[in-house]
Design a protein around this ligand. Structure first.
Ligand SMILES: [Zn+2]
Ligand SMILES: [Zn+2]
Length: 217
């Protein structure tokens, strides 16, 4: 049984997820903490639950999803993994972030590569990986078939979908990813997005206004 904890960090309120199981092993998805008090909240959760962090995985490399990778390397000795197709996004991230009032040092490129062919293993659990481009090249979703959930990054939100106006964004590709990769999951799968509250696949199939719009046109 997987336990999922989420924290919304930084001015973009990007969700960081900590997944753990009864073994005490845990992974971090999208470490988005950018300020010392946010790092402290993260550390407190890890310490209070006696978690052993064993991996860090990014849904994609937009800078608000990777603010915390340097801290995890420094404090926990953890490298992070992402799809190599998104490497362009972290170049110059510090300058981009400063425009939004977030002061960070440059984000180092991930040293570990993951794609749809890989499986994430930790504790007694594993996650499948889906290639889901359209919001950004290299976008991935992480699926637990044992616990029926999917972590969708900026591909699918509650009652919304990822923006496609940034470099490599493509609405047709995004709709294709959502319909052919996410909406083929059972309706009871919970959806944990990169921003905002969780939802389910069934709720988004029936009520997501962007997808109903997408169907008509
Ligand atoms: Zn994004
Ligand atoms: Zn985002």
């Amino acid at each position: 049984m997987l336990k999922i904890k989420s924290f919304a960090y930084n001015p973009f309120q990007t969700n960081t997820y900590i997944l753990s199981d009864e073994s005490g092993e845990a992974i971090v998805i999208d470490p988005s903490f950018a300020a010392p008090q946010e790092e402290a909240k993260f550390d407190a959760y890890v310490n209070n639950n006696n978690l052993k962090l064993v991996g860090v995985y990014n849904t994609h490399l937009h800078f608000d999803h990777c603010f915390g990778v340097g801290y995890l390397k420094k404090e926990y000795g953890l490298e992070y993994a992402a799809h190599p197709a998104g490497l362009q996004f972290i170049k110059g991230a510090a300058k981009q972030a400063s425009v939004y009032g977030v002061q960070i040092s440059e984000i180092e490129a991930p040293t570990l590569e993951i794609t749809e062919l890989d499986i994430i293993k930790f504790g007694n659990n594993e996650l499948r990986i889906l290639n889901t481009p359209g919001h950004a090249n290299g976008s991935l979703c992480f699926v637990s078939d044992s616990d029926h959930f999917v972590i969708t990054g900026d591909v699918l939100f509650r009652e919304s979908i990822g923006r496609t106006d940034l470099p490599t964004g493509d609405l047709d590709l995004l709709l294709d990813s959502i319909h052919n990769k996410l909406f083929v999951l059972d309706g009871d799968y919970k959806v944990y997005p990169g921003h905002g509250p969780s939802t389910t696949i069934a709720e988004e199939i029936s009520g997501n206004p962007f997808l109903i719009f997408g169907e008509i046109h």
